[in-house]
Design a protein around this ligand. Structure first.
Ligand SMILES: C[S@@+](CC[C@H](N)C(=O)[O-])C[C@H]1O[C@@H](n2cnc3c(N)ncnc32)[C@H](O)[C@@H]1O
Length: 246
């Protein structure tokens, strides 16, 4: 197994093979993940997370399921926002990422927030139970998007919102070209300098290049059965927040 991840194009895998690849990769990079994220996003990720929470109309008392909760940065902001009358449950495939999240949530003393191992396409949660489902930089990684949408529509209350924050390919060809230059020059240098995990860099680049543009994701969410899909493009469309209603 050693070194197998060095040659696999993880972004081309689908289904359970993709999930196994993603789980192993995030287990490997869980320790430096927060630092890498802050640097790759040029320090903007906390502001984008807060904007996503606001756009999802998440407020005091909301019940929120955070899929692919990772190290819990989004769950932490949601827990602050919903307060003790609300509830936050974070699910993730990677125990390595979850162990970092558990430390943070415990340190903050949030009794209304918890995390557990779980899969976005089969959460095991009861139907019609959540005001919002959030996914911060997760949708691009899931192995089966149609099954994941079905599961989200099942667990959301009627009128509940799916909030997706993720990297995209800009719709505008000029912006797309500029973003590809960033992906191929600045970002590999940053990742190699900070962590040295060339495979994680390759995966981030390839999964972003293979993902949808913001307009394509709007169309996909509508086809999947969501209504009132709203999209806010950030950084010239290289990042986007979508809010879709059940
Ligand atoms: C880029 S990290 C984002 C973590 C966190 N949401 C954040 O905002 O920083 C993506 C996370 O999604 C998780 N993930 C990917 N596919 C998943 C799936 N099908 N079910 C649950 N978690 C998944 C990965 O394990 C990883 O922790």
């Amino acid at each position: 197994m050693a070194g197998a991840h060095e040659t696999t194009d993880g972004a081309s895998l689908q289904g359970e093979a993709r999930e196994a690849y993603v789980e192993a990769m995030f287990d490997r990079i869980s320790a430096p993940y927060d630092r890498l994220n802050r640097i790759i996003s040029l320090g903007r990720d906390p502001a984008w997370r807060r904007l996503a929470v606001k756009m999802g109309a998440i407020g005091p008392g909301s019940r929120v399921l955070d899929l692919g909760t990772g190290t819990g940065d989004l769950a932490e902001i949601i827990a602050e926002t919903v307060g003790p009358e609300g509830r936050v449950l974070g699910l993730d495939l990677s125990e390595g990422m979850l162990s970092v999240a558990r430390v943070k949530l415990k340190r903050r003393g949030f009794a209304h927030a918890s995390v557990r191992k779980g899969n976005a396409r089969e959460t095991g949660e009861t139907a019609d139970a959540w005001d919002a489902v959030t996914m911060g930089w997760v949708l691009r990684n899931v192995g089966d998007r149609p099954a994941t949408y079905e599961e989200i529509l099942r667990v959301l209350k009627p009128g509940g919102r799916l909030v997706v924050l993720d990297c995209s390919k800009p719709d505008n060809p000029i912006m797309r070209f500029g973003f590809w230059i960033y992906l191929r020059t600045v970002m590999p240098l940053l990742i190699r300098f900070l962590h040295g995990d060339g495979d994680a860099y390759r995966y981030l680049k390839e999964s972003t290049e293979k993902f949808l543009t913001p307009n394509e994701l709007t169309a996909e969410l509508t086809r999947a059965g969501f209504s009132k899909v709203v999209c806010r493009k950030l950084m010239g469309g290289s990042m986007a927040i979508h809010v879709a209603t059940r």
